[in-house]
Design a protein. Structure first.
Lengths: 144, 368
């Protein structure tokens, strides 16, 4: 299990470093969520508004909006495509995102429009761990 | 991020801020400007900015709120008060022309941190210093308010987009309690005479504290000096927006100046009841009224009152600030942590406070 400065960064997932989100290809759909690093920066999440199923999302544009302690901001899609599912459990209990960001706290499922091209920019494994370490260093982050 | 944006951002001097005063406007215009300025900043085009703004009378919802749950719609409509929705989080507020809005557009590089709680605290502390320069004993109150002797003078909230942040606050220069009392749903029976008194105890204004409201120009100058000073920035006044900001503003206004945006979230009032209860402490009776988010099992707002002296007098008001929007499952821990971090007398105890809030959650429904 990968870990960087106390933040879980599973090595088997794909990551958009700039957007601080993870992606997991499951058949023809991609499940997307916030990394534990993003969750720590945000704090306790109290509200979640995903794009509705059927909506198209662009790569690096919002696929969901979250709120924590009066901060509101977008979670950006790592790949372009159509939203096919949102997480009703998270809608009922947004804190699940903090509790289990890589499992029960997933945000949206997307059917990608060009997985081959978009996924080429995602990082994984040891490269992801190194990249997150550099990002945390640059942002002055001391740890999860 | 595209390479051009990256380059623009790296050349944006963290110590040079634009100073913008967009004056008195309709709510939709002010909030469309928020969205446009944040978007332009995230593109690397908009400069770091300190903006002052004022609103024609309006009720502003936090991004995730529903008008039916947060406002008394009959009163709002009868008074012709505009309802709008912010891009920032937090609770519903009533904004009148005598209140001053202030906001910063910066990025995490300029702030030296990506941690949102730290960013909020630093900005609030700087703003509080500006208010102290006006002659009031303002201080940051966790998690994100500015208060004087436990009474709120400025509320704040933020939005982020990538590395860019917009952080905004209100400043109660003067305060007419009546429209606020009747516009906003509060943890109280607003038909009760005590509700106005309770609200007055929790809020204050520069005019109340100083006897007279300072001129707006002086308030802006003190706040600007303190905010810029806290981040070693120099301010450059600007009279106009950049072309890209104007284009984004027109697009944002078209999207936000409509019922669809205001009704983005439309959950029923029945899911957000007001309930109350009492709890007997060793020194007297503690009362709690709570405005609840039932489906989310969350406290939206809590008002606590005791019929006995509390040490320090601001203790319960400070605890109320911590309990805002708190998930119920975190109540006991939050109260324990609060008391561990604050000097307090023997009564009420953490257990008293937790008990009265729990009782109120399952307590008597307050009409309205």
């Amino acid at each position: 299990m990968g870990e960087v400065r106390g933040c879980s960064i599973p090595e088997d997932l794909l990551y958009s470093l700039e957007n601080n989100v993870w992606a997991r290809l499951e058949g023809e759909e991609v499940t997307v969520g916030m990394t534990s690093y993003a969750c720590t920066l945000a704090g306790q999440i109290v509200s979640y508004t995903p794009k509705k199923p059927g909506k198209d999302v662009k790569k690096d544009k919002s696929c969901a909006t979250v709120e924590s302690s009066k901060w509101v901001g977008p979670v950006k899609a790592p790949v372009a495509g159509e939203v096919v599912a949102v997480n009703e459990a998270v809608a009922a209990k947004p804190g699940l995102i903090n509790e289990d960001p890589y499992g029960r706290g997933w945000l949206v499922r997307i059917k990608p429009s060009d997985w081959g091209a978009d996924s080429a920019e995602l990082i994984t494994g040891g490269a992801a761990l190194a990249a997150f370490e550099a990002k945390m260093e640059a942002e002055g982050f001391t740890g999860c | 991020m595209d390479p051009d944006s990256e380059e623009r951002m790296s050349h944006r001097d963290p110590r040079r801020w634009r100073l913008l005063d967009t004056g008195l406007r309709r709510a939709a215009e002010n909030l469309a400007l928020d969205r446009a300025l944040l978007a332009a900043h995230q593109e690397g085009i908009g400069p770091h900015t300190l903006r002052f703004l004022r609103f024609e009378p309006c009720a502003l919802l936090g991004y995730h709120q529903s008008a039916a749950q947060e406002l008394n719609l009959d009163y709002v409509r009868a008074q012709g008060i505009t309802i709008q929705r912010r891009i920032t989080g937090g609770g519903a507020i009533y904004f009148a022309p005598e209140h001053l809005g202030w906001e910063l557009l910066l990025d995490k590089r300029a702030l030296g941190t990506a941690d949102l709680a730290t960013i909020a605290r630093r900005i609030c502390e700087a703003a509080a210093e500006g208010m102290r320069a006006l002659g009031v004993n303002a201080a940051f109150r966790a998690p994100n308010e500015i208060a004087v002797a436990g009474r709120k003078l400025s509320g704040t909230g933020g939005a982020f987009d990538g590395d860019s942040i917009l952080y905004q606050g209100t400043l109660l220069v003067d305060l007419d309690i009546e429209p606020m009392l009747h516009t906003l749903r509060l943890p109280a029976d607003t038909h009760d005479d005590q509700a106005g008194k309770s609200l007055r105890q929790r809020l204050t204004s520069l005019r109340e504290l100083l006897g007279v409201a300072p001129p707006l120009a002086e308030i802006r100058a003190r706040l600007a000096q303190a905010l810029a000073g806290a981040f070693d920035a120099a301010l450059e006044p600007a009279a106009a927006l950049l072309p890209r900001e104007l284009a984004l503003y027109r697009q944002a206004l078209a999207e936000m100046d409509c019922e669809q945006w205001v009704s983005l979230r439309d959950r029923p009032r029945t899911e957000a009841p007001v309930r109350q209860a009492c709890h007997r402490c060793s020194s007297g009776t503690l009362r709690a009224a709570v405005l609840l988010d039932l489906p989310a099992r969350r406290l939206k707002q809590v008002w606590l009152n005791g019929d006995f002296p509390v040490t320090p007098p601001r203790l319960l008001a400070d605890l109320e600030a911590v309990l805002r929007n708190l998930p119920l499952q975190q109540l006991e821990q939050a109260v324990e942590s609060f008391f561990a971090a604050h000097e307090a007398g023997l009564v009420p105890t953490p257990g008293d406070c937790t008990a009265v809030v729990c009782k109120a959650v399952d307590g008597e429904q307050v009409p309205g």
